[in-house]
Ligand binder design. Sequence first.
Ligand SMILES: Nc1ncnc2c1ncn2[C@@H]1O[C@H](COP(=O)(O)OP(=O)(O)OP(=O)(O)O)[C@@H](O)[C@H]1O
Ligand SMILES: [Mg+2]
Length: 1004
Amino acid sequence: MAEHESLEFGKADFVLLDQVSIEEFMSNLKLRFEKGRIYTYIGEVVVSVNPYRPMNIYGRDSVEQYRGRELYERPPHLFAIADSAYKAMKRRNKDTCIVISGESGAGKTEASKYIMQYIAAITNPNQRAEVERVKNMLLKSNCVLEAFGNAKTNRNDNSSRFGKYMDINFDFKGDPIGGHISNYLLEKSRVIFQQEGERSFHSFYQLLKGAPDSLLRSLHVHKDPSTYSYIRVGGVIKSSINDSADFKAVADAMKVIGFTADEIQTTYKIIATILHLGNLTFGVDGDVTLIENTKLTSVIAELLSTKDESVEKALLYRTVATGRDVIEKQHTEQEASYGRDALAKAMYEHLFCWIVARINDIIEVKNYDARVHGKNTVIGVLDIYGFEIFQNNSFEQFCINYCNEKLQQLFIQLVLKQEQEEYQREGIPWKHIDYFNNQIIVDLVEQQHKGIFSVLDEACMNVGKVTDELFLQGLNGKLSKHAHYTSRKLSPTDKSLEFDRDFRIRHYAGDVVYSVLGFIDKNKDTLFQDFKRLLYNSSNPVLKGMWPEGKLRITEVTKRPLTAATLFKNSMISLVENLASKEPYYVRCVKPNDVKSPLLFENERCRHQVEYLGLLENVRVRRAGFAYRQTYQRFLQRYKMISEFTWPNHDLSSDKEAVKRLLQGCGFHNDVAYGKTKIFIRTPRTLFSLEEERAQMVNRIVLFLQKVWRGTIARMRYRRMRAALVILRAYRRYKVKSYIREVNRRFKSVRSMKDLGRHVKWPTPPKVLRRFEDHLKSIYNRWWAWSLIKALTPEETLQVRAKVCGLEALKGLRVDMGLHRPWVGNYLKRDSPDSASSFTLVSSELQRKDKFMRVLFSCNVRKINHFHKAENRTLLITDRHLYKMDPLKQFKPMKSIPLYNVNGVSVSPGKDQLVVFHTKDCRDLVVCLQGMVPPNESRVGELVGSLLSHFKSENRKLVVNVVSPIQCSMNGRKCTVIVEAKINQPQPDFTRSRSGYVLAVPGN
Ligand SMILES: Nc1ncnc2c1ncn2[C@@H]1O[C@H](COP(=O)(O)OP(=O)(O)OP(=O)(O)O)[C@@H](O)[C@H]1O
Ligand SMILES: [Mg+2]
């Protein structure tokens, strides 16, 4: 049972119908067809409805879905059946066969091709060249067989006009190693006659439409089919068949399969000969029959590689041996025409059988030794005509319907047998199943002496006039009591039967009325011996090889040839025996409508097929007793979640006990039987209930599994993250440690280094220690600075302090602060060595008088006086006062400014040496340092730094501005001092301006 489709698509197995009735069956079939589900099971039988549209269910992904799966694991499909057959063959070493039946156009041939494709797709995983070759041959053979054995009919554009059974042989590994094809009852009458709207075999049209002109010329044929009377009817039909392309495909396939060029050529010659034969006409001249268009005789002779006279003679005369004498008897015109048609049909039939035999020669298993290679197993595929009921049913329909009776009989036997065997195996009592056994009809046809075939053969053997009516009389005599046989004579009131013409058989599939007209003839299937000899004597060895029976001399006494009916019966019996020895799988094809529509489901039509295919019977047999069975283990696997005793695992003594417990719990105990290895469930309801419960539980289980699995995943992720973190941390620690160790190593002995480690290169820190490195560096710098400061003299300390103050006040605001040179402070002695002694004298005097402790700064300056004039002065700044001295008067001290009066200093951002001292009483002092040695030395930084340092040491505040222009107060009046560069200015000097003063400095 296929369990993986929702009920929306109907029931995937007819066995599960609530009630086995034709109505339910049909509505399920229809629903599934409409929902695009063309396959449905009856147990292990696939019912297939022709979709009449391309279905996207045969591709590689579908193959993978079904490969190695059990039947019920996936929705119904041909592939599932093919896989089952393949598995049975591979796992259990069983020969299997797949029987495909159904009426014309129901999709048998397509199904057989999909099955072969599936088998080809799943075998030979190692791509062995030999196996690939065999697979290719098997697939290619279809194309050739279809060209010669298929024709367009009113029911199917590509109708197989022969029955086909193909064995595929497999080696012990399950790879195809060869095959064998058997063909049954080719509809050869089609060669000379077709119904309106139908065509002859594809091969004729393919040759005319597809062969190159040179070939057509050599065969003396034209492209136009309507010029050939045998195939005229079909020549004008429009269809989607592309004969020209098919011709090439078939020629290629024949070549690939291994037909020689001569063989292919002979095939064309035979086809052409048949076309010419059809145009041959006979006339009478007095009592002589003659050929009217003798030109054709020579064409035929040429194509058959024989002499004109021989052809003509064979067509017009019959050699008869009477005792020792051999006489030639001339045909009547009618006999000649009959002979011609018989020849055409026989030639085509021989050609077809020869093609099959050639393919068999090539694909047969060679060099296989079972002792070495293990057992060679077989999958057989039977694609055979289904039941036929036409307006006028003749000998062919009779044979075909007999064939279907045989297959149905086999089906019943096997299915019943299988069921019975299974019940026995499982120890379950066998209950009688009420089904229609068609053995009685099979017997009606094939029984010795009494059967219809026997009566027919007897009638044919009669000496004297043999007619179809006599045959019917024979039937009426022998079968008058048979329940399944009747005729007008036996049922005089039945007007549907014609007197002396019709008989009716009640087949298992329905009643069929046959007309006896032509039965005798078709059964005798006479082909004058002269034709056989003619063809055997051809100098074309290929043609000769097709007609071994022509070897016999006319005088040789031969047994009467077997009749067509007997031949067919024998082939059917052997086919059925062959199938019966294998494990069978069935595909039952249904044709949904007559107009090849993908949408139309003609209820009556389908219902009829369902009836005569015996599908309902099949469901009954299958359900007789039990609708469902499954091994305990698999049953548990599927349903164990329903019961607490079995979920997740049971602890009972066996799976059987567990299943018992489970079913007791559900209350289904009375609807089941416990076999030895399998559980049998009587009604589908029970199974559906189990399925429903399962579906509910599955949701919960899925949720549970999802929960557990999500938890597991999260835990796994967490553990991984934690591990990563540990690793990360260890790695970081290692990096940090090795960095610290390296810093330690490099800086270990900096104390003893001359530069206290300034030159030591810092190792590159790991990323996390970048800020730490900054701190380290700053610690080091502090230590280094401290080490330096520690070694300074008091003077040097003062100087450093001053420099630090200068730097703090001016950094980034003024360039060139003179930090890199020693700050002398008292410059005057150095700048004016000549007058140094007088300066020293004056400054000592001032020290004595004003009691200052030290000189902060001294320098020559240019200064603006009260009269706004510039004059030279010397500036002496001590820790108490700011003195202005006149250098021209031995440094006579002018007015001094006590330092506590000074509250600010302004300088410009440029390179000039302008300094403005701001005083609390708004009597600012504006000076420009000058007379420096070397001349461009800048002392502004030093002056500011020293002053600031001193103020700081006394905890006083001094405001330092770096601006331009500088605002100041001269004697209480506000004014500005601007610095301007002038090209021809030799020395910096002040001039007056409207708003104050300009310090002109040398340009460039
Ligand atoms: N599975 C399928 N998918 C699509 N189309 C299909 C399928 N089966 C059959 N058909 C269509 O139906 C047509 C007839 O199918 P097919 O030739 O297999 O019939 P058949 O049963 O072999 O008939 P016959 O007894 O006349 O040989 C195909 O040519 C194709 O167009
Ligand atoms: Mg077919």
